[in-house]
Design a protein around this ligand. Structure first.
Ligand SMILES: Cc1cc2nc3c(=O)[nH]c(=O)nc-3n(C[C@H](O)[C@H](O)[C@H](O)COP(=O)(O)OP(=O)(O)OC[C@H]3O[C@@H](n4cnc5c(N)ncnc54)[C@H](O)[C@@H]3O)c2cc1C
Length: 443
């Protein structure tokens, strides 16, 4: 996640563990006398005050207290009780994907390599696996994969999970498919694969692919070698070699895309507003979920401040209107772009695989587009270069998505057309970017 204003041209974003962020925010608000924190208290139910015309929401707490809210902010996650109370529907779909998260320990980079400040993501047909640096010897894992495989990986010996992570970044897809099916077979039979059994399989797969044991791609050689020395060629194209998983850090979450039909409650749901995952959930492949929520919070705070300064009623629809106008479409663009990226990368159709590789190579050659993508990866929204990046990305991905559905219809022979579409994406992206840059007057 980027700290707004902190990222420089050479610094794309900052990774902050959610726990640290929460701790810092709690510490900050505990010093504000006007804020009253009710800890270890659940909202048991929310009801509307029965009053002529304009009853307020009544929040019933587990400690017996009842709060009467001029404005009730639903920052209560995907299953938001506030959203249910407000009667706001949400549309979207489950991805049939489970994300495994963990904190990994690994070798430090050697003096011959750049420091551990690069995030890696490999897009596998089962979902992306991401390696996000935290310190010189620890990084965070987000591995999105099919639910049955996630279950098998989570139930496996931590040494097996460690080897599977190293393999996932190094072995060809065909071997990973085989390893995944071995994991699943063993899990279904109630006999989890042992670290030794897995290492034998990996060694065999490496031999069958002629992986040089001295190469950066050899999982088995790396597991035997001590860190240090001159790294093999291409080592910087891969994340550091994981040595073990920190105890108690493995967890998994189902993934889905969802967007509330509205952010502000009306009628019997009046005086409510949604922020964060209560309003939208997104695939984590671009690491944007929390960032969108922070953008919502910032915008809502501005809106409330303006209502207070103008003597308005902070719970009224009119006062909250600017918040919804500011955020709904911004969030929608991001949700849509990331959803399309997910679909693009989950496809195994040959023309799509070919076209997306060509597309990425084209984008990789276009420094301006690359910078726009990088700037947009975690910064603020609205009319800054960050949002320009996602606007361009979103419209570009619309083009790609059209190419993908075209490719599905035409089969392999349509690959050339898809390639042209991708080239079109790059050109349209450049044009779009230049246009938007000239409109905003930002370099
Ligand atoms: C695997 C994975 C990886 C992710 N990686 C990233 C990333 O790299 N970057 C990023 O920006 N985002 C990421 N996200 C998304 C991010 O985690 C979420 O968007 C973010 O946590 C949402 O915050 P929130 O406060 O809106 O909701 P939540 O985190 O769901 O918080 C809601 C809170 O409301 C409380 N609550 C609910 N009901 C009640 C009740 N009845 N009474 C009292 N309290 C209640 C819950 O206890 C909870 O504390 C990731 C998500 C997943 C699943």
């Amino acid at each position: 996640m980027v700290t707004p204003g902190s990222a420089t041209a050479s610094e794309m974003s900052r990774l902050v563990e959610n726990l640290n962020l929460q701790r810092a925010l709690l510490h900050h608000i505990s010093n504000i006398p006007a804020v009253n924190i009710l800890d270890k208290t659940k909202v048991q139910s929310i009801q509307r005050e029965e009053r002529e015309g304009n009853g307020w929401p009544l929040v019933y707490l587990s400690d017996g207290r009842v709060l009467r809210a001029r404005l009730l902010v639903g920052a209560d996650g995907f299953n938001s009780p506030v959203r249910s109370f407000a009667g706001i529907q949400s549309y979207g779909w489950a991805y049939d994907t489970q994300a495994i998260v963990a904190t990994m320990n690994h070798h430090p980079r050697t003096a011959f390599e750049p420091p551990n400040n690069v995030a890696y993501q490999r897009f596998l047909p089962t979902g992306p696996i991401a390696f996000l640096p935290l310190s010189s010897t620890a990084s965070s894992l987000v591995w999105s994969t099919k639910p049955d495989l996630a279950k098998a990986l989570q139930a496996s010996d931590p040494a097996v999970l460690t080897s599977m992570i190293n393999a996932a970044f190094r072995l060809p897809e065909v071997s990973l498919r085989y390893l995944h099916s071995r994991m699943l077979e063993a899990h279904t039979a109630g006999h989890a694969l042992s670290p030794d059994e897995l290492n034998k399989e990996i060694t065999w797969r490496e031999q069958s692919h002629n992986v040089d044991p001295r190469s950066a791609y050899s999982v088995t050689a790396l597991s035997r070698s001590a860190p240090g020395g001159i790294p093999p060629e291409g080592a910087d194209l891969l994340p550091p070699f994981v040595t073990n998983i920190q105890d108690g850090t493995v967890a998994s979450f189902p993934l889905r895309m969802s967007h509330a039909d509205a952010y502000i409650g009306e009628g019997r749901g009046a005086r409510t507003v949604l922020v964060g995952d209560a309003a939208h959930t997104i695939h984590p492949l671009a690491g944007q979920g929390l960032n969108l929520g922070l953008g919502d919070a910032e915008s809502l705070a501005r809106c409330i401040q303006s209502a207070v300064q103008n003597g308005g009623d902070v719970g009224s629809y009119t006062a909250l209107g600017p918040y919804a106008r500011d955020r709904y479409f911004e969030n929608h663009k991001m949700l849509s772009a990331v959803d399309k990226l997910h679909k693009l990368y989950s496809s195994t159709a040959e023309p799509v695989v070919w076209a997306r590789s060509v597309g990425l190579e084209v984008l990789n050659e276009l420094d301006t587009i690359k910078i726009a993508f990088m700037m947009s990866a975690g910064s603020t929204c609205r009319t800054d270069p960050a949002s320009i990046g996602w606007n361009v990305a979103a419209s570009g991905l619309e083009t790609v998505a059209r190419g993908v559905s075209g490719a599905k219809n035409v089969g392999v022979s349509g690959a050339k057309n898809v390639g042209e579409t991708i080239a079109g994406l790059a050109n349209a992206s450049v044009r779009g970017l230049l246009k938007q840059l000239s409109n905003t007057g930002r370099p």
